[in-house]
Ligand binder design. Structure first.
Ligand code: PLP
Length: 440
């Protein structure tokens, strides 16, 4: 039935290998149809932050569905009000939030808000967006246009006009020459140059993840984002921070941008960890400096944007419970601590011949595999498959970065649930180490 009727995400039809099918989960582990247990070292799609089976979250959804099953946000309901206030508190506000169903839609919403903001602020010509090569921002046309991964786009281009791409901060393969000391800052400067070349009167926003995740786990120095924020401010260009993966503790801070000083984004988008994947929800939080322009009666202030299920009462109730648990169990502090005391042991793998670089922050690690350290030639797809398959055979699921740049799908991705026990984290480290010591 699966083969006949179910169209899988990132589908590649393959007669022989049926996709793994899970039947149940508990904490960071799930069981497949054969009864084998696996630790989910990528948290589903980086979203299952609190792991499987949290009864309080299920109870919150149940109670909300019984009490008020649906109500649109053209009007209002309590879980959405409370959640928007909670988000503002954690962003060290004031922020006002528009709710959607997913990260892609959260980014779409951000683009529309940014264009409308400039328009009603007297700058209707500011419409372009800048994002970085290797970035992924979603599957809808606008968010896919901000996405700058050739393989993801080639069958669907041309995208939406007005999206420009710049080099990412990536000192290991710098766009600015080998062994350049301040490569990240040059990448930030490049954004300044592009805004100047395009004419700042035409640029609406810069969208970026604090740490490129799916594009290969790129961890810039903390000065990079501070500098980009300064550049945006100078040109009246909105800084849109995509916290879809990095939000809610993944990096050892509540939000990834909080690693850098003096960054207060104009817009923050989130999804995934907002509900720990228990129900779909996306959010676009807008700083009051921007939101103020949407106040008043004029037609320009009218934000003509609606999502039937965005901010569903049950999703908001689940998000509130999820955040309550994150606070109560001090998940963010725990991630920072376990990253430092345990996951950072993964850096030792850099000693191996085929490990080009290990990059990591919080519970977000990437291991870039190369044929040899000198040439930095990416290992083959087959080799990546062998490493991932060997981890799976030992009971650990890890991921990889697709084919971010053609031929460069060579980064292993490790991002376990944030509530993983000490033993779970040890298991992840030991398994990855033993496989890489054997194969690399
Ligand atoms: N932004 C980033 C950084 C993502 O990684 C993703 C999804 O993986 C999205 C946006 C899109 O989120 P969604 O799949 O919920 O639409």
């Amino acid at each position: 039935m699966d083969k006949d009727h179910l169209w899988h995400a990132m589908h590649r039809y393959n007669e022989k290998d049926a996709p793994m099918m899970a039947t149940e989960g508990a904490g960071s582990w799930f069981t497949d149809t054969k009864g084998d247990k696996y630790l989910d070292g990528v948290s589903g799609l980086w979203c299952l932050n609190l792991g499987h089976g949290r009864k309080e979250i299920a109870q919150a959804a149940y109670e909300q569905m019984i009490n008020l099953s649906y109500f649109p946000l053209t009007l209002s309901h309590k879980p959405a009000i409370e959640l928007s206030a909670k988000i503002s508190e954690h962003l060290k506000g004031p922020y006002t939030t528009f709710f959607t169903n997913s990260g892609s839609e959260a980014n779409e919403t951000a683009f529309k808000i940014a264009r409308q903001y400039h328009s009603q602020n007297g700058n209707p010509g500011k419409y372009k967006f800048i994002s970085r090569y290797r970035a992924y921002h979603g599957n809808t046309f606008g968010s896919l246009s901000a996405t700058a991964q050739a393989n993801r786009r080639e069958k669907y281009d041309p995208g939406v006009p007005g999206f420009l791409h710049v080099p990412p901060p990536y000192s290991y393969r710098s766009s600015f020459g080998e062994n350049v000391e301040n490569s990240d800052l040059l990448a930030a400067d490049y954004i300044d140059q592009v805004i100047n070349f395009e004419g700042s009167k035409t640029v609406a926003g810069v969208i970026l993840e604090p740490f490129i995740s799916g594009g290969g786990v790129l961890i810039p120095s903390k000065e990079y984002l501070t500098k980009v924020a300064e550049i945006c401010k100078k040109h009246d260009v909105l800084l849109i921070v995509d916290e879809v993966v990095s939000g809610f503790g993944r990096t050892g801070k509540m939000f990834g941008f909080m690693h850098s000083d003096e960054v207060q984004p104009d817009i923050v988008t989130m999804a995934k960890g907002l509900t720990s994947g228990y129900l779909p929800l996306g959010a676009t939080a807008v700083n009051s400096r921007i939101y103020d322009k949407f106040k008043g009666d004029g037609d320009l202030n009218h934000f003509r944007h609606v999502s039937t299920y965005g901010g569903h009462p049950a999703s908001c109730a689940v998000a509130l419970k999820n955040i309550e648990i994150i606070e109560k169990e001090r998940i963010v502090q725990r991630v920072a601590q376990l990253s430092e005391t345990k996951l950072s042991k993964l850096f030792e793998l850099t000693a191996l011949d085929k490990v080009g670089e290990v990059r990591g922050v919080g519970f977000l690690y990437g291991i870039e595999l190369v044929e040899d350290k000198k040439s930095k030639t990416p290992v083959s797809d087959e080799f990546m498959g062998k490493v991932i398959g060997s981890c799976k055979a030992k009971g650990l699921i890890i991921g990889r970065n697709g084919d971010t740049v053609p031929g460069y799908g060579n980064v292993l991705i490790i991002a376990p649930p944030l509530s993983s026990t000490n033993e779970d984290v040890d298991f992840v480290i030991e398994t990855v180490k033993s496989v890489l010591y054997e194969l690399c």
